[in-house]
Design a protein around this ligand. Structure first.
Ligand SMILES: Nc1ncnc2c1ncn2[C@@H]1O[C@H](COP(=O)(O)OP(=O)(O)O)[C@@H](O)[C@H]1O
Ligand SMILES: [Mg+2]
Length: 345
């Protein structure tokens, strides 16, 4: 085939393709190659064009044996490194290189490993504490009723923390599973919010926090999954109680006909605002990551798992809604949920 014809063919490929001629020089390269190797490659020797020893060795081997081979290639594309799987194959005296981007797959693998490491770490801490107290109770503290009661209290606290963690992990995996399935029920948000707040009353009282509910406008019905929306608002109000200042107020407001640039059509907005210490700007974008906490110690102390907002985010995505966290240090935090009503704006 003539070089122009070959160039036309490889230009049709969406992935980077590069051709080395029998003279060991680059004969053709399509446009996606530019990002990885730069422009002006034609006519260059493949050693100068490709530079990485693994690929150069693979090309030499494929030339000698007329076989095919795949190697890893790391390229600096933009701000970060990308990883490619390069297939080297011989074709009628030429060598054809194709580059498949593996970066996303490798990132996903890394995330999975991090997640497993995090879960193990989170479970190990309470487990270590439990084992320690069991040992103490069967030995030194065996006949000390006061110590026994105190230790049993701590053990129950730790066991509860593990239960919550396992519950949250199970919710997270359920929520991820049906994220693409649209909710089918219709939910009365006013009634749902009242019942969530009622359920959290004992916790609020214990923390010295008052929770107020303000329903502006008529009762709002939105398409949604009631069980999941209960989870969303329980977590947000609970966060307000846990991280809001003691003696303060957590105010919950439901507003109809809200607008959000990224929600299609009409939406309702539910705000949960507290009077706590607030959250520093650089943490805000990361709060919905699994296990991300501003203050690990404080979160564990108040029984947090660090999974709440990750679950919230998934549920809101499923509802095609939006989550907005606004906070100023020292002035409290306001979390807004926008849910589409299904009506056109
Ligand atoms: N209202 C709030 N005020 C201050 N910090 C908050 C608030 N809500 C959440 N956070 C921070 O975000 C983190 C993640 O929240 P979440 O995912 O619900 O985890 P958890 O409540 O289990 O700690 C919390 O650990 C806390 O540091
Ligand atoms: Mg929480």
């Amino acid at each position: 085939m003539k070089t122009e014809d070959i160039a036309a063919v490889i230009d049709a490929f969406p992935i980077p393709v590069l051709l080395i001629g029998p003279d060991e020089r680059v004969r053709a390269a399509n446009q996606p190659v530019d990002v990885i190797l730069g422009t002006d490659l034609i006519g260059k020797h493949y050693i100068t064009a490709l530079r990485q020893p693994a690929v150069i060795a693979a090309i030499a081997e494929v030339r000698a044996t007329q076989s095919r081979k795949a190697v890893r290639y790391t390229a600096r594309t933009g701000a970060k490194d990308s990883v490619f799987r390069v297939s080297v194959a011989s074709a009628d005296g030429d060598i054809v290189l194709t580059f498949e981007d593996q970066t996303a797959a490798e990132d996903a693998g890394q995330m999975r490993r991090d997640f497993v490491a995090n879960v193990s770490h989170e479970l190990r801490t309470p487990l270590t504490a439990l084992l320690g107290f069991i040992e103490t109770l069967s030995g030194a503290a065996r006949d000390d009723p006061a110590a026994r009661d105190r230790f049993l209290g701590i053990m129950s606290h730790e066991a509860n923390r593990m239960t919550r963690l396992v519950d949250d992990l199970m919710s997270l995996s359920r929520v991820e599973e049906d994220e693409r399935v649209r909710p089918r029920e219709h939910v009365d948000l006013g009634a749902l919010l009242s019942s969530v707040i009622k359920g959290l009353e004992p916790q609020a009282e214990k923390a010295g926090v008052a929770v107020s509910l303000d329903l502006i406008g008529v009762d709002e019905m939105v398409p949604g999954d009631a069980g999941q929306l209960v989870q969303v608002f329980t977590n947000l109000v609970e966060n307000g109680i846990k991280y809001g200042a003691s003696g303060g107020i957590v105010s919950v407001t439901l507003m109809p006909r809200a607008m959000h640039p990224r929600v299609r059509g009409e939406a309702v907005q539910i705000c949960v605002a507290d009077q706590g210490d607030g959250i520093a700007e650089h943490h805000i974008a990361r709060l919905t990551e699994r296990f991300y906490r501003v203050d690990n110690h404080r979160s564990r102390e108040v029984g947090g798992t660090g999974l709440g907002l990750a679950i919230v985010k998934h549920i809101i995505n499923r509802h095609r809604g939006r989550l907005l966290i606004e906070s100023h240090e020292g002035q409290g935090t306001k979390v807004s949920v926008f849910l589409p009503t299904g009506a056109a704006s």
